[in-house]
Design a protein around this ligand. Structure first.
Ligand code: PMP
Length: 377
């Protein structure tokens, strides 16, 4: 039985009843046979959801999306390296700072708020420097902009540069084909389209990126070193107990359930992750139709709009008090996040389990439409 308001922010998000049942249990041991089995299956299923090659290495550690970003940066970059950051907002700024803190040089290709840098500009930047890696935010949660990850991964490969994508607001909701596109790291967190509470940092890493870690002169902090974690992930996949640092066992059991739900999804004639991509697309189309019917505009260029959330400008004469009017109608949405314009827009998340719940989507569309109509009257 669901209680309370519908949580429609861009993470954390509503999760399924089966996921709630899976984590709401007394904490199991990290070496209990059912946990080992769940962990192993979850790692195998991550490769399916990421559309990753068989030799790619999945990692799951306790932590947030920021920890996943830090783990990627610390295992690939060191002093003397340079990175190209394709900057589309708040989370691209964050990863740029992480790379600098690691002592590496950052070149950024930026765009106006709500836009993404053109591929030509990214290509010229890559032509003009010796980069270790290209970093991009698949969907920037502060602006709702989705980059062309496929084209960026291809450009990186042409330049023999590793490509790292922050998929925290995208993975399992936006198409990403790690193997076909030749991407090196695709990272995320549990609280968005994967469909869990916050608490897990997840990523799948190519053999090229693993090889890069082996070359580092200065090892990363132990707690997120690929080298410390890889044998643990390997052991779980082989059904063996192992220990380096205690995993978030309740969440691991729930991750297994959430990934299995993802893989079992059916929609139209599609199944698995393809069905999820299609569901997020049709959900986003329906949301955008509603926003436009009530005269609302997106913060970003419509062609770049992500399927996992909408960043919506407040209409003329309306301010952040709209959020409480929407909440009074039983739906929680989020305020703006981008530092230059956060008072000018709000955000509605539409990812994960809710894409399978037409009632939740309709309630959200109705709550926003009614609150806007009231604010204008
Ligand atoms: N990257 C993106 C694109 C995000 O949306 C977020 C969280 N909103 C993060 C990174 C950071 O994740 P966390 O808050 O779990 O640290």
């Amino acid at each position: 039985m669901r209680m309370g308001k519908l949580l429609m922010i861009p993470g954390p998000v509503e999760v399924s009843e089966a996921v709630i049942a899976a984590f709401a249990a007394p904490p199991p041991s990290h070496v209990a046979p059912p946990v080992i089995a769940a962990f192993g299956r979850a790692l195998d299923n991550m490769r399916r959801v990421w559309l990753a090659p068989k030799d790619a290495v999945p990692f799951v550690i306790a932590g947030s999306g920021t920890i996943a970003m830090e783990m990627a940066v610390a295992n690939l970059m060191q002093e003397g390296d340079a990175a190209l950051v394709v900057n589309t907002g708040y989370f691209s700024d964050r990863i740029a700072e992480m790379i600098e803190r690691r002592g590496a040089r950052v070149v950024q290709v930026k765009a106006d708020v709500g836009d993404a840098p053109s591929l030509d500009r990214v290509k010229s930047a890559l032509d003009g420097g010796e980069f270790r890696a290209l970093f991009a935010t698949h969907v920037d949660t502060s602006t709702g902009v989705r980059v062309d990850a496929r084209a960026l991964a291809a450009l990186a490969q042409e330049h023999a540069v590793l490509s790292v994508f922050d998929g925290v607001c995208a993975t399992a909701g936006e198409r990403f084909e790690m193997q076909a596109w030749g991407a090196d790291v695709y990272l995320t967190a549990s609280q968005k389209a994967i469909g869990l509470p916050p608490g897990l940092a997840l990523m799948v890493v190519s053999q090229r990126a693993i090889a890069r870690r082996a070359e580092l002169k200065a090892p990363p902090p132990m707690s997120f070193d690929f080298t410390c974690w890889q044998p643990i992930m390997q052991a779980y996949q082989e059904g063996r107990p192992s220990y380096f640092s205690t995993p978030a066992t309740n969440l691991i059991v729930a991750l297994d359930v959430a990934l299995q739900e993802l893989i079992d999804t059916r929609h139209d004639d599609k199944s698995g992750i393809e069905a999820r991509f299609a569901l997020h697309q049709s959900c986003a189309d329906s949301m955008r139709r509603t926003w436009s019917e009530v005269g609302l505009e997106l913060l970003c260029k419509p062609a770049l709009a992500a399927n996992t959330l909408s960043a919506i400008r407040y209409p003329e004469g309306v301010d952040a008090s709209l959020l409480s009017a929407i909440a009074e109608r039983g739906v929680i949405v989020a305020g703006g996040l981008h530092p230059t314009c956060k008072a000018e827009y709000f955000r509605v998340g539409h990812m994960g389990d809710v894409t399978l719940r037409p009632d939740a989507l309709e309630k959200t569309q109705q709550a926003v439409s009614d609150a806007v109509a009231q604010a204008r009257s």
